[in-house]
Design a protein around this ligand. Structure first.
Ligand code: ADP
Ligand code: MG
Length: 237
């Protein structure tokens, strides 16, 4: 415990919450299956980044997490890798069900980047991912979602359009990620986020990641997440 405390202090890591799982030092420590370990190695990821060392074991334990770390620190894999494990633990989707993992991001570009990262790890398992954002044909997106997928990466506005069109249902969604929450807030997506969260079952696991944590974002996080562990790396939040 002392060792963990000193390690965190030396890296400017602040963790708060009850019964927080210990950080990992390697991807092996996460207990990932061989297929996933191979996909990680294929990406050239040799060891987890600082935020990944802290967040991976907490997210894998099923807890809600507020993760704060600067851009480029590897936040995406902190929620994408455990999402793959989460999906593999769920019963298979039936026809017209899905998704299980829902990721919201503020812009097309960010949603697309997350989508690409998710696909790299999902591929090994035949897990399907769809990107849902503006600028693509709604009809094509509707058809793709109707065919079923385990993961949806979306901007909030387009996801709400698709929900209204009944292109997807949230009955099986149990893993929700709000990425770049500060930017979603700045772009005025708070009502859309609340609407999406309100359509997802309360027994979900919820993760909120951000590069900064203004008070209003922290407040939203506390409303939407249950008993979260808060992990902040560096001079942020
Ligand atoms: P953030 O979301 O915090 O801005 P990203 O998740 O986009 O950061 O990651 C930034 C870059 O670091 C990406 O190019 C990603 O592929 C790379 N990366 C992530 N995790 C690792 C790792 N464990 N080892 C090496 N590179 C990594
Ligand atoms: Mg990011």
């Amino acid at each position: 415990e002392q060792e963990v405390a000193e390690y965190r202090k030396s890296l400017a890591i602040r963790v708060s919450g009850f019964d927080v799982p210990r950080p990992v030092k390697t991807f092996e420590d996460c207990g990932f299956a061989p297929e996933l370990m191979r996909a990680i190695a294929k990406q050239g990821y040799e060891k987890p980044t600082t935020i990944q060392c802290q967040a991976l074991p907490i997210v894998l334990s099923g807890r809600d997490v507020i993760g704060i770390a600067k851009t480029g620190s590897g936040k995406t894999a902190s929620f994408v890798l455990p999402m793959i494990v989460h999906i593999m633990d769920q019963p298979e989707l039936q026809k017209e069900e899905g998704p299980i993992g829902v990721i919201c991001a503020p812009t097309r570009e960010l949603a697309h980047q997350i989508f690409l990262e998710a696909k790299k790890f999902a591929k090994a398992y035949g897990i399907r991912a769809s990107a849902v954002y503006g600028g693509m044909s709604k009809l094509d997106q509707f058809k793709e979602l109707k065919a079923g997928c385990e993961i949806v990466v979306a901007t909030p506005g387009r996801l709400i359009d698709m929900l209204k069109m009944k292109a997807l249902t949230m009955t099986r969604a149990t893993y929700l990620v709000l990425d770049e929450a500060d930017r979603m807030f700045d772009l005025g997506f708070e009502p859309q986020i609340r609407s999406i969260v309100g359509q997802i079952r309360p027994d979900r696991q919820t993760l909120l990641f951000s590069a900064t944590m203004p008070r209003k974002v922290e407040k939203l996080a506390r409303e939407i997440l249950s008993d979260p562990v808060r992990v902040a790396v560096g001079e942020v939040g």
